[in-house]
Design a protein around this ligand. Structure first.
Ligand code: SI3
Length: 289
């Protein structure tokens, strides 16, 4: 498992129900047009934390059914309800997902022993590998090198999705654990993370910018930093515009520009206003590749 993995966006209809056809189209666009290496399903970008357990299963099933074995699939199963996380882990493993991932448990201020127990419990009954999903800005959970090392002692924990602007820790992790998979999570920092030898990246904007992201990884591997900087600059112009206009709403509007029925976000996220839709169209005209 290496390369560019799209943190898959989800498609909801106007009432907030999962739009199966739209979700299938998003999967196809990522595989056929962007030609990404894999999909990260039910992450933050998939609006996972606003879905019921049954809806999460539905999304996992649709995506596997549509993608088959064409690309690697990672299932984000983390949940504060540990029984739900374990049940989802078993479910996606049966479906044939290549790896699990679980966000660090958040909201309550769990101590590290509790966090470790959470990962070991999710994994105890399943035959699958796990990428820790670390995103301190949203969870408030900051782990240090030693704590990652303790989690990595479980052989089923094969890596981390590292969504933090901490390049010191990223370098220390890469150096200390050359055999573990490290996926970076901030798309706007793909170039510097690549220089540190990450195995790949998982990101929301790859739904509409997968080709450039693949180009950045390739250019860094080939030592062509000029090309990597050019592609990161173009990507960051796009990412800046997306963030300014509303992250997930704009990604969905950009997919619509490409003919994909990406639908709407689920409440409490807002529907895009007319101005936002017009700005997205302008971003589509000027900044997409
Ligand atoms: O789980 C996921 O959907 C992700 O991979 C999230 C990913 O790290 C994104 N973070 C969030 C909060 O959406 C990034 O791709 C991020 O959107 C991007 O770098 C723009 O800041």
């Amino acid at each position: 498992m290496k390369g560019i993995f799209t943190a898959l966006i989800n498609s909801f209809d106007e009432k907030g129900n999962i739009n199966e056809q739209g979700l299938r189209e998003i999967v196809r666009y990522n595989i056929d047009v962007s030609q990404v290496d894999g999909l990260y399903v039910n992450g933050s970008t998939g609006e996972n934390f606003m879905l019921s357990a049954e809806e999460k299963k539905k999304v996992f099933k649709i995506v596997k059914d549509e993608a088959g074995d064409e690309v690697d699939l990672i299932a984000q199963v983390g949940a504060l309800n540990i029984f739900e996380a374990k049940d989802l882990a078993a479910y996606v493993t049966d479906l044939g997902y290549d790896a699990l991932s679980a966000v660090t448990p958040f909201y309550y201020k769990f101590d590290f022993e509790e966090i470790k127990d959470y990962y070991n419990s999710i994994l105890e009954d399943v035959d699958n590998q796990m990428l820790i999903y670390s995103i301190p800005a949203l969870t408030g959970v900051n782990m240090d090198l030693k704590q990652f090392g303790e989690l990595f002692e479980n052989e089923k924990i094969t890596g981390v999705k590292f969504t933090a602007p901490d390049f010191f820790l990223l370098e220390r992790l890469r150096h200390a654990y050359p055999e573990k998979l490290i996926f970076s999570g901030f798309d706007e920092m793909l170039l510097p993370a690549s220089v540190y030898g990450i195995d790949g990246a998982i990101g929301s904007t790859f739904n509409v910018n997968g080709k450039r992201a693949k180009g950045i990884l390739k250019a860094v591997h080939e030592g062509d930093l000029g090309e990597a900087r050019k592609l990161q600059k173009e990507s960051n112009d796009l990412i800046t515009a997306i963030l300014d206009n509303g992250l997930y709403q704009t990604i969905k509007e950009l997919l619509k520009v490409k003919g994909v029925d990406a639908g709407y976000c689920r409440k409490p996220m807002k529907k895009p206003g007319d101005e936002q839709i017009e700005s997205a169209k302008e971003i589509g005209r000027t900044l997409l590749d």
